[in-house]
Design a protein around this ligand. Sequence first.
Ligand code: PBG
Length: 330
Amino acid sequence: MTDLPIRPRRLRTNAAMRRLAAETRVHPRQLILPAFVREGIDAPRPIESMPGVSQHTLDSIARLAARCASEGIGGIMLFGVPAQDDKDAEGSAAWAEDGILNRALARVRAEVGESVVVMADTCLDEFTDHGHCGVLDDSGRILNDETVQRYVRMARAQAAAGAHVVGPSGMMDGQVAAIRAGLDTDGHTDTAILAYSAKYASGFFGPFRDAVGCSLTGDRRTYQQDPANRREGVREAALDIAEGADAVMVKPAGYYLDVLADVAATSPVPVAAYQVSGEYAALIAAAERGWLDRERVVVESLTSIARAGADQILTYFALEALPMLERAQA
Ligand code: PBG
């Protein structure tokens, strides 16, 4: 066997050689931490199905955002959890100036200024009493254009509160163009849109629905995409880009790397991927049983998402991963 001319293993001989040959590195500035703020609590509340993640108070989310800034994380994406009493059929607490998410955005912006990118999830499911991402007709069908009008109100309120980026995640047709026009009308021409472009109707969102106390019964298959479809993800991203999206997202991430690679290959704007609550919870549950090595799989999962083409990664591991990535990529 000594006369084998081609030996790819040479590049793996030692750590120094592997470091030199590594094609992908995940940098802290690429990471975005999703974070929850809840109305009416006076201390952070751990989320059972997402160990290590809590629902925050206004004070504690401001401290968390400051920590993201000082650790050099790229962004923080805020989700609001209103009081049950504040939910209604159209989700009006989403655009109320004193709604929990808008108050948190203002508070966080006051805390961090421009030192980290402040993002807002722009969707109604946390705010509607039925838990759908939009408004319904009498037969329970989601109305596209009526829903988009409410997203526009929500995005305008988020920009007014100080969000640098709004993230429409409801998968209604035409939502990006309508939000762009609404923001521009208010003079928020610098507020960027990160479109959740290819968002699949996924079982991996399970723990998130606990995290935000979502009241949904049924599913989101008439607006989120069928996991069977790959081309459709590219089509959705292209439409959002044509409508003015500043960045596009694929979600979930780890089980949709093919879609992510396709979108990354064709997108002229930055591409984000969201390692969602169920991807997070599954790794932790297995690590807690001793079945997986937590540090290795955290680093490997994030590296794989970057390798597939993500410029930015939303992950609940963002802060925890920093020392792990430093060790693995030293
Ligand atoms: C919708 C939204 C969801 C997530 C982010 N934005 C839930 C859904 O579509 O059901 C899921 C995030 C996660 O699972 O971590 N507002």
